[in-house]
Design a binder for this molecule. Sequence first.
Ligand code: IPD
Length: 289
Amino acid sequence: MRNELLPDQETLATLEAFAVDLASGAGRLIVTERPAELGVGTKSTDTDVVTEMDERAQEYLLGRIERMHPDDGVLGEEDGGSLSAGSSGLTWVLDPIDGTVNYLYGRDDFAVSVAVVVGDITTPGAWWPVAGAVAAPARGVTFHARADNGAFVVDRMGRRRRLTASSASELSQSLVATGFGYASEVRAQQASVVAALLPQVRDIRRGGSAALDTCDVAAGYLDAYYERGVHAWDIAAGRLVAEESGAIVTGVSAAAPLADGILVAAPRLHGALQETLMALPNDGMMSSQ
Ligand code: IPD
């Protein structure tokens, strides 16, 4: 199904270049125009924040997509996750600031995530990112990929590097990242999974941006990342970057990404980590999307 829906490489190259331009443009905006007193609101819980710059970055992205690709669909985090369907078969999936809590606190790990996907974005296992970019302006890099062409990172100087997931194969030697939802009952369950996993791995990281966690697996800065409860906009672009680096991307226990969260792992590690996570105290009530 994915292959039938896949645009040709020339079209994909244009989409990828546009995704890079969008993500880096929005990345510059949120850094250079961040006001001294940042307007902050809350969403699902008191700790799930949205800043005025999330909204401005989303407006910037939507405006440019509507001008260049008026027939495409759009799913953006700051629309409350409502899908505006298009007629072209392409859907742009946008997280204007992923890692908003890091952004709020002046920490570096926040990113703008822009992906273009084919298929039905509302159904896990029925959509595939075909081009995407994750701009991390405080790190000075943008990760990007298009289907069947490899994963790359480009820095401020324009230097580009191909990404390859790590060769890790032993769980006990692996650096594994995870993330937590915003609801305290969900976090309590996630904490019990981490507590059981921690003694079995080299160490655990909680970076605070799912988009960057997925790209960090692609770059070999992490061996794996898993999280239940993430949304399509958090991981759509990073999923492609990770897949194109050779990492394996699935649900935590299911085959389809987002059927029950996401598991991104170095190819020789994925099977063992998935088996281990499936055997741990289950937080299966947390699906995603
Ligand atoms: C969050 C981040 C975080 C993850 C959460 C996401 P946001 O996205 O990606 O790392 O653990 O599940 O909701 O709220 O910063 O866009």
